[in-house]
Design a protein around this ligand. Structure first.
Ligand code: HXC
Length: 258
């Protein structure tokens, strides 16, 4: 598949998608979001892939939605064409783990795209912001909803109302980022983590993702009930038998993703 705005690479069971519009700091335009969605769904459907990384350049994960392509749009146009709903929802259809590896700017839609991933790992130069307010708009790809869930209402309000940038250390303290690495090591480290995840039993990693994401959509008792049923379902997999047998026999497990 040849793409114009992203690069894709497969190494063993890990797929890496690199946002690639360097001239505009990976500003997210329609074509990029179409291509990203297509690549994500392709890797999700590929039985040989166990984990997907989404990353950008050292300077920018993504500096937001493409302002040049939004500047002249009207209410009638964005409403009629359901702006961003058409191709920003693909990430939510992916059932395998997706890691955002963020170096440099993750601003506006870039921050929102990172938050759509299952976890965010950052380089020490990463900067996160929801600067939309300075453009006369509010975040439109989940920033007002995912950010408070990730960091707290106080910090989400602070960030969305001021548009200020939050560095990697603050983002980790606030809970937005799970780990920080030196910028030069980010991709190597995240690829190693992705490989570890991809070597886990696939059905179980998918169930973990589904269960954790359910925590954001339901009450505690319904979430616990859902988790319990998926936990029971694990006992129907060959990989539960293999994982536990391997432990008892003191040998490495050989998972078959079945
Ligand atoms: C279009 C962008 C862009 C963007 C940068 N560029 N961000 N183009 N959309 N979001 C372009 C610049 O115009 C410039 O092009 C080139 O990238 C390099 O950017 P510079 O500004 O020259 O770089 P620098 O001085 O290093 O500043 C970096 C920056 C700044 C701090 C990241 O570019 C910036 O503030 N960008 C906008 C960030 C932002 O407001 N994002 C939110 C967008 S709204 P030229 O041609 O001049 O070289 C949004 C809404 C989401 O995301 C809603 C749902 C999708």
């Amino acid at each position: 598949m040849s793409y114009q705005t992203i690069l894709t690479e497969v190494d063993g069971k890990v797929a890496t998608i690199t946002l690639n519009r360097p001239d505009v700091l990976n500003a997210l335009n329609d074509q990029l979001m179409d291509e990203l969605g297509e690549a994500l769904l392709k890797f999700d459907a590929d039985d040989n892939i166990g984990c997907i990384i989404v990353t950008g350049s050292e300077k920018a994960f993504a500096a937001g939605a493409d302002i040049a392509s939004m500047a002249k749009r009207s209410l009638q146009d964005v409403y009629r064409h359901n702006f961003i709903s058409r191709n920003w929802g693909h990430m939510q259809k992916v059932r395998k783990p997706v890691i955002a590896a963020v170096s440099g700017y993750a601003l506006g839609g870039g921050c929102e795209l990172a938050m759509m991933c299952d976890t965010i790992m950052a380089a020490d130069n990463a900067k996160f912001a929801q600067p939309e307010i300075k453009l006369g708009i509010i975040p439109g790809a989940g920033g007002t909803q995912r950010l408070p869930r990730a960091v707290s209402k106080a910090k989400a309000m602070d960030l969305a109302l001021t548009g200020r940038m939050m560095d990697a250390a603050e983002a980790e303290r606030a809970g937005l980022v799970s780990r920080i690495f030196p910028k030069a090591d980010l991709l190597k480290e995240v690829k190693a983590i992705a490989k570890d995840i991809a070597d886990m039993p696939l059905l179980t990693t998918m169930m973990v993702k589904e269960a954790v994401n359910t925590a954001y959509e339901t009450t505690l008792s319904q979430g616990i009930h859902f988790e319990r049923r998926l936990f029971h379902a694990c006992f129907g997999t060959n990989d539960q038998k293999e994982g536990m047998a391997a432990f008892m026999e003191k040998r490495p497990a050989k998972f078959t993703n079945s």
